[in-house]
Design a protein around this ligand. Structure first.
Ligand SMILES: *Cc1c(COP(=O)(O)O)cnc(C)c1O
Length: 222
């Protein structure tokens, strides 16, 4: 790969700003989450040196080995779990992550609540919506999303900051982003985590406040 992480990150930030202005939004409304899963240490260090502070990871154990030592030296680091979470890893996830984007079932809400009581940490939460209704994908089904949000807030007593989705690879992402944005408006949620390397400009157009970008910053995963 000919360009450095620094250059690729700068190019992404430029494209995010262009997409924001084209949609009548301020570039500062959208934050870049660098997805560091399966990336070698030298690329992580390059991103940190470039000033990147928000990172996304999809596995608890892998994230712990990459970040638990580093994070002590980086007070403004923000780690976001963007992969599915098993209830038996809830305590580890709550201990490590600042944001958990993949809350999608009652059992997990209860496990997170208990993990927060145990660790004294309260990561911010997003509900993942399986907008494409794909069998292999995590997330609450669209038709069940409002009722689930209601239970998370009122039965489990957890605050939700936003919604997250991963559109099907073979469909027009705009439809999915528009759906998620509408659901957020209807449920009083301010934040939308949506858009990856190939579709983040569209996500920004539809109201993303966080885009999750891996390969376009770091290059191919190892
Ligand atoms: C891996 C991953 C990303 C980043 O994907 P790229 O196509 O490399 O940008 C974003 N979101 C989730 C949930 C992921 O698992």
């Amino acid at each position: 790969m000919s360009h450095s992480v620094l250059e690729r990150r700068a190019a992404i930030l430029d494209r995010m700003a262009i997409a924001a202005r084209a949609a009548g939004r301020q570039p500062s409304e959208i934050a870049l989450v660098a997805v560091s899963k399966q990336q070698p240490d030298d690329r992580i260090e390059e991103a940190l040196a470039a000033g990147q502070r928000l990172f996304g990871e999809n596995r608890v154990q892998e994230a712990a080995s990459r970040w638990s030592v580093r994070r002590a030296a980086i007070p403004d680091l923000e780690l976001r779990l963007i992969g599915p979470l098993q209830t038996n890893k809830a305590v580890d996830a709550v201990a490590l992550f600042d944001v958990i984007e993949t809350l999608d079932r009652d059992k997990l809400a209860a496990a997170l609540k208990a993990a927060m009581a145990k660790t004294g940490r309260t990561p911010r939460l997003y509900v993942q919506v399986n907008t494409g209704e794909e069998a292999q994908k995590a997330g609450v089904l669209p038709a069940e999303a409002e009722a689930f949000l209601d239970r998370v807030r009122n039965e489990h007593g957890l605050a939700v900051e936003g919604l997250m989705c991963i559109p099907p690879v073979d469909e027009e992402p705009a439809i999915h982003f528009a759906f998620l944005a509408k659901l957020a408006r209807e449920t009083g949620l301010e934040h939308l985590s949506m858009g990856m390397s190939d579709d983040f400009a569209t996500a920004v157009q539809f109201g993303a406040t966080y885009v999750r970008i891996g390969s376009a910053i770091f290059g191919r995963r190892t």
